[in-house]
Each structure stands twice: as C-alpha cells, then as structure tokens.
Design a protein around this ligand. Structure first.
Ligand SMILES: C[S@@+](CC[C@H](N)C(=O)[O-])C[C@H]1O[C@@H](n2cnc3c(N)ncnc32)[C@H](O)[C@@H]1O
Length: 281
C-alpha cells in the first residue's frame, strides 16, 4: 500500500500508468469488477455512457466453453468461463469501459439521477477506473464542467477530466489531499466502491468493508454540499446500525440498492443516501 507519499495524477500531472502492480496495464484482458483481471481498453468510453446493456444492440454472453483446463485449476477455469460468458464483460469491452463494474454505476444512476452535468464527484477505491469514466462522462468533466477526483492505492491509467490520487484512503493525509484537489474543497457526490481483498472469513470480510464504509461516510459528511449524495458498497448481512443511523440523520433518503450488474450470487450491496443536510451547521 502507498503511504503518505502517494502520487497525484490526472489534470495535475502527466504520468500515464502501465507499471508493475498497476491496475491499468494496457492491452489487458476482459474487464473485471475491479482491478484483479481488468485493464483499460481505451482512454474513455466509446458510447454516450447512457443506459445499461439492455437496449444496446442485444448484447449477450457468448456461451463459450473452454476445451481444456490444462494448466488451470478448476476454479480458475470456472472464473474464466464466467468472464467469457458474462454479457457485462462483453459490453464493457465493446464500449470501452475499464470494468464491468461501470454498469453498476450506470444502472444505479439511470434510476436515481445523482450524477449531474457540472457535478463534483469523489470516487473512492477507483481502480481500474470504470466508475470514474462514468462519472466524468455524466458530469461533463471532460468538457471542463464537472470534476472527478479519484483515489486508489493501486495505480491506474489517466482518465480525461479526472484527477487521480494514488494513495491508501485510510492514510491520515488522504482526506486533506482529496479536498485540496476539489474545486472549493466541496463535492456533490461521494462514491465508494472500495473493497479490501476478501479473506474467505465472512465476519472479517464484513468488518473490513464496514470499516471502509464508515471512513468513507465520515469523509462524505465533511465534504458534501447540501443536497449531495453518497453511494457506498456494503455487504448483505447487514449495514451496521450505527452507519444506517448516521446516514438517516444526515440524508433525506437512505436505501439499499442492488443493480442488475451486481452478480446475484454476490453478497455485495450498495447503500445510496441522497438529499444531504448538514447536521451541525
Ligand atoms: C471493486 S474495485 C473498484 C472498481 C471500480 N469502481 C471500477 O469501476 O473500476 C475496489 C477498489 O478498492 C480499492 N481499495 C480498497 N481499499 C482501499 C483503500 N483503503 N484505499 C484506496 N483504495 C482502496 C482496491 O484497490 C480496488 O481497486
């Protein structure tokens, strides 16, 4: 993990990724949910960024079966077949999204409309950049209207209209450095798709993701403008009562959302809070 010496890229620097450990080595394989198997296919999406994969020319999985599992474990064979047959992976590759996860944000925003032209967006846990691409597209950040500030401890390639901070969000310097990159130090939307690598131990994984969610919320409460929104990955099995209580105090509406692009067999879930109101003045 990067320490306090994390790097800033994007508008404020010109380095293009592709180094070891980067989530964005060019020419990568199929877009995955996150950085483990994905790579950027281009500098931005081909399409308008509107709409889910439904109604985009009938994208379907390809029903690919691999002939041989030689050199692969049974589970990596299953993973590969699932990737090859996943319509979201196919559509992400076709449309230039860096991750299939991009469709989760597209589907949630198509329904709830919180990414607006001119909006200032924070993207926590952003690599390889699918959500940042969607946010930059919908806020018109590329045209200089909106703004996207992204953070991940993994390096990933630049995205037009997006400033990237390569740093652990849990580093004490992270909140200040993110705010310094925001116009007026304020954001209209805070997104968090952060997930620590799973251990297989359900309670540990749950505690870790809730720790990230609580830290993300504390940051959101500091930077959001009135009326702002907070979208955060949690796990089924319960958003902690403390987290829900703080959300309900500070936002007009709080709901759980599971977009179609989030795999049904995954415990992943998102909490969406809209209509931010500052509690203590
Ligand atoms: C599911 S991936 C995000 C995918 C991304 N939304 C997209 O569309 O491309 C989760 C990311 O959270 C990042 N992450 C987890 N913990 C983090 C932390 N403490 N600080 C920064 N990034 C973190 C991981 O490195 C990983 O890249």
């Amino acid at each position: 993990m990067s320490g306090a010496g994390g790097k800033t890229r994007g508008k404020t620097a010109n380095k293009v990724g592709g180094k070891a450990g980067s989530a964005g080595a060019k020419g990568g394989g199929s877009p995955s949910d996150g950085p483990s198997g994905g790579g950027p296919i281009g500098s931005g999406p081909v399409g308008s960024g509107k709409g889910s994969i439904k109604g985009q020319g009938g994208v379907r999985g390809m029903n690919v079966r691999l002939k041989t599992a030689r050199g692969r474990t049974a589970s990596s064979q299953r993973w590969l077949e699932r990737q090859l047959n996943d319509p979201y992976v196919v559509a992400a590759k076709r449309d230039g999204w860096r991750s299939r996860a991009a469709f989760k944000l597209i589907e949630i925003d198509d329904k709830h409309h919180f990414l607006k032209p001119g909006g200032r967006i924070i993207d926590l846990g952003a690599a390889p950049g699918g959500w940042s691409q969607v946010a930059a597209n919908r806020t018109h950040a590329v045209e200089g209207q909106g703004q996207v500030v992204a953070i991940d401890y993994l390096a990933f390639d630049q995205i037009p209209g997006t400033a990237i901070l390569e740093l652990d969000f849990m580093d004490p310097s992270a909140p200040g450095r993110l705010k310094a990159l925001l116009r007026d130090g304020r954001a209209d939307v805070v997104l968090s798709d952060m997930a620590a690598p799973t251990t297989g131990h359900t309670n540990t994984d749950h505690l870790r993701i809730m720790g990230l969610a609580e830290t993300a919320l504390a940051f959101a409460l500091e930077v959001l403008t009135p009326g702002g929104a907070f979208l955060c990955k949690v796990f089924q099995g319960g958003t902690e009562r403390d987290l829900l209580d703080s959300l309900k105090k500070s936002f007009a509406s709080v709901r759980h959302v599971k977009p179609p692009a989030s795999r049904a067999d995954s415990a992943e879930l998102y909490v969406l809070a809209t209509g931010f109101r500052r509690v203590n003045g």
